[in-house]
Design a protein around this ligand. Structure first.
Ligand code: SAM
Length: 211
């Protein structure tokens, strides 16, 4: 089986340079996410990759911590943060599981294009719930490669993924439907305040831990 950390370490330089798939969808995600942020908030972004989202959101909040299991992703993220000179932004090389075991409280915990890659999403979502302050928000976006919205390509992914994993060209990936994401978030005790699909196979959710 592919070691997820090694896989993403190897991918990091290419990931940093590859153009965004859909700038329009990404900007829509950023705009909605920004509307939930405020200057006094402490934010944790899990699986932050090379920090592109963190750099854009950190100026809107009090403190922003980005974590990723890949030391290479974090190295690149730190370089970008240093250039941007944002004093409230820091990056740590930690898995999502390790990040949620911290003895701290956050107002917002985010994970973009992450949860379907983690080994125990249910346990992770429960830990995120526990980490949030009362009234805190969980914001996520998750590709749903097994959803009908992906059309015939979902069958191709199902057929080809085991081969790609065997030759080290794909990480561990959960093949989810949009309903699976909603069940995961509801199951941890959150109340969904906003959700949508853009592109059609990607589920965006803002969910609140009730006070
Ligand atoms: C598809 S990239 C997404 C990066 C970024 N969030 C984005 O949307 O551009 C997935 C990222 O999740 C990280 N990742 C995968 N599994 C993880 C885990 N269990 N804990 C922390 N990070 C993880 C990878 O190292 C990689 O940087």
């Amino acid at each position: 089986m592919v070691d997820s950390k090694k896989f993403w370490d190897r991918m990091a330089p290419k990931y940093a340079e590859s153009p965004m798939r859909s700038v329009k969808d990404y900007e829509h995600t950023l705009a909605i996410t920004k509307s939930y942020l405020a200057p006094d908030m402490r934010v944790l972004e899990l699986g932050c990759g090379t920090g592109t989202t963190a750099l854009s959101l950190a100026p809107l909040v009090g403190q922003y911590i980005g974590t990723d299991q890949s030391g290479e992703m974090i190295r690149i993220a730190r370089e970008k943060a240093e250039e941007a000179g944002l004093s409230n932004l820091s990056f740590l090389a930690l898995s999502a599981q390790e990040s949620t075991q911290r003895d701290e409280r956050f107002d917002v915990v985010m994970g973009f294009n992450l949860f379907h890659l983690t080994p125990d999403p249910e346990g992770l979502m429960r830990d995120i719930f526990a980490l949030l302050a009362p009234g805190g928000l969980m914001i996520s976006k998750t590709p749903c490669l097994a959803d009908r919205a992906f059309g015939w390509k979902r069958f191709l992914v199902r057929a080809i993924l085991p081969l790609l994993k065997r030759i080290g060209k794909a990480p561990q990936v959960g093949l989810w439907r949009i309903a699976d994401v909603d069940r995961l978030i509801d199951g941890a005790g959150f109340e969904t305040v906003e959700a949508g699909n853009w592109p059609a196979i990607s589920r965006y959710v803002v969910a609140r831990k009730l006070e």
